[in-house]
Design a protein around this ligand. Structure first.
Ligand code: ATP
Ligand code: MG
Length: 556
């Protein structure tokens, strides 16, 4: 496990080390994280962030946040702010925050530069014709009739395109590479499209917008990026990335390196699909605790350190693989075990009345806030003769192997006393609403001086001191490990019971003082995060039981 962030190793760091040893880029290391601001960041982006910022940090370099806003219209300020917040939450600070649109002017100048050298041309055909002429694997591309027009004519047209003389889609600028190239991206790719559209950053200054391929590597070069890290689907774009930079006046071009996307079982990591969940009201919003977005995970109580550690520990490779959600959860659990204070809460309460308790007496039980971290101190939890216990910690007729409370059975109330159930009170429907019991005053603190043992220790909350709380329990959002695998539509595999809201739960008094967002362990039940906005609401972050070991065994 990597508690130490400096021992990271992967093929990308090997490359960086070799570049440094060879004196490339004057010993500089610069990366960037380039999200398109059209949605909220998710766990897949976290992997990229940890990689991009981590490499820069490990080698004393810089990582910029570059908002890839080459598409007018789709970007929204809301997303930009959330992206910045999410990166900060993950614990990283961008060297600079820049926009691809900051480079529109330089990009345009470089486009003219290529046109002047016969390396790009204006094509008067429409987009449909151009894509039809592209051909396919093993089928030849067709050269545009405008491919060999004089550079001066292309330059004139490009300038008039820029000046707004032509309608959307009537012309475009293409790189002049090779219509028979095996790599489809090299078949005279489009560089600029005409779009008379308002842009959130550049306003109405432009009616030409660059394609991803024309913008990305050039932005890297302008910014001084040395190692441009991206996911494997861009592997086939790399020859084009290199071609543009090889033909531009760039002294030491950046290089692109691809690594495998992070995918998780029971999870979708496509912004489009996540948006559908929000738009269709399947979840409450982008920050719903069931969402694999960074804000969803944050609301649910996932510590940023656990997200970082997981992304680091799974490593960076070029092999696509799907990670088990249980492995991710084991990182969350491990971190919370270290950091979360313990509290007692009863989710489905029934009353336990101690019939021999001296009426009106309250005692205080001193419990460690976190046995894993003695520095967290202790707290005093009030104990009285009227308590709440979990309904399922009592069985009137105990099934085999049920060692918790039942009539005649003695158990320990955590940190307090041994109690023995005597009889029950039922409601009109026959449901147990109260269990009567006696306590043994000699067992104060939870141990019997005569050394007798009990088989079970239960949590409890004193009725007159209880804090009412509501609790949201979560199950997987998708029932299948690979949502949509069978039908092609992830939403077909939605779990209709992914959230269970429990109202009227009861917690020990200290729960009233939880800070918004604070995560505590409800003893025996799991980790729970206080909602960021609604006091008294707790989200189950993760249960206590580590399912990862079992999954590993199944995987063999
Ligand atoms: P989506 O397909 O959900 O729209 P995207 O890849 O288009 O995602 P961008 O905002 O363009 O999202 O991505 C920004 C960066 O995050 C890119 O470098 C991209 O490679 C990386 N990234 C996105 N998804 C993942 C993932 N699942 N695993 C690793 N990196 C990812
Ligand atoms: Mg994208």
């Amino acid at each position: 496990m990597t508690d130490s962030p400096t021992v990271n190793n992967d093929f990308i760091r090997d490359i960086v080390r070799a570049d440094l040893a060879a004196g490339r880029y004057g010993g500089r290391v610069q990366t960037r994280f380039p999200p398109e601001p059209n949605g909220y960041l998710h766990i897949g982006h976290a992997k990229a962030i940890v990689q991009d910022f981590g490499v820069a940090r490990d080698f004393g370099g810089v990582c910029n946040l570059r908002l890839d806003d080459t598409n007018p219209g789709t970007e929204e300020a809301e997303f930009v702010e959330s992206i910045k917040e999410d990166i900060a939450w993950l614990g990283y600070t961008p060297g600079r925050v820049v926009h691809a649109s900051d480079y529109f002017f330089q990009l345009y100048e470089w486009a003219e530069y290529l046109v002047e050298r016969g390396l790009a041309y204006v094509d008067d055909q429409d987009g449909e014709t151009i894509s039809a002429q592209r051909g396919g694997f093993g089928s030849p591309g067709v050269e545009s009739p405008f491919r060999d027009r004089p550079a001066a004519e292309s330059l004139d047209l490009l300038r008039r395109m820029r000046a707004g003389e032509f309608p959307d889609g009537s012309r475009c600028l293409r790189a002049r590479i090779d219509m028979q190239a095996e790599n489809m991206w090299l078949r005279d790719p489009v560089m600029y499209r005409i779009r008379h559209a308002h842009h959130h950053n550049t306003g109405d200054a432009w009616c030409l917008y660059p394609t991803y391929d024309w913008a990305h590597g050039q932005s890297d070069a302008i910014e001084g990026v040395t190692h441009s890290l991206c996911t494997l689907e861009f592997d086939s774009h790399r020859p084009l990335y290199d071609w543009f930079l090889a033909h531009l006046p760039v002294a030491e071009p950046p290089r692109q390196y691809e690594f495998a996307r992070l995918e998780l079982t029971h999870t979708i990591t496509s912004k489009r699909r996540l948006k559908a969940l929000v738009d269709q009201g399947i979840v409450d919003g982008w920050d719903d605790p069931r969402m694999p977005t960074l804000r969803g995970m944050r609301r649910r109580g996932y510590p940023a350190a656990a997200v970082r550690d997981f992304c680091t520990a799974i490593g960076t490779t070029r092999n696509n693989s799907v990670k088990a959600i249980e492995e991710f959860e084991s990182f969350v659990r491990r971190e919370l075990n270290r950091t979360a204070q313990r509290r007692m809460a009863v989710l489905r309460p029934i009353r336990l009345v101690l019939t021999n308790w001296p009426a009106g007496t309250v005692e205080y039980v001193e419990l460690a806030n976190n046995p894993e971290n003695p520095a967290d101190g202790t707290r005093s939890v009030p104990f009285s003769g009227e308590l709440y216990i979990e309904a399922d910690d009592f069985a009137e007729v105990p099934p085999p192997k049920f060692f918790r409370l039942s009539p005649g059975r003695e158990v320990r109330l955590r940190g307090a006393y041994f109690v023995t159930a005597t009889d029950v009170i039922k409601d009109a429907d026959g449901a147990v609403v109260q269990v009567n019991a006696t306590y043994d005053p000699a067992t104060r603190g939870g141990d019997a001086p005569d050394g007798r043992k009990v088989k079970s220790t239960m949590h409890w909350v004193s009725v007159p001191h209880a804090t009412p709380i509501d609790v949201a329990l979560y199950e997987r959002l998708f029932v299948t490990a690979a949502p949509g695998e069978a039908t092609g539509e992830a939403l077909d595999d939605l779990n209709p019971n992914s959230r269970e809201l429990l109202l009227g739960c009861r917690g020990e008094p200290a729960l009233a003082d939880c800070a918004p967002g604070q995560v505590v362990q409800f003893e025996r039940l799991g980790y729970f995060a206080a909602d960021a906005d609604r006091p008294g609401l707790f989200h189950r972050t993760v249960g206590l039981k580590d399912e990862w070991a079992a999954v590993q065994r199944r995987q063999g």
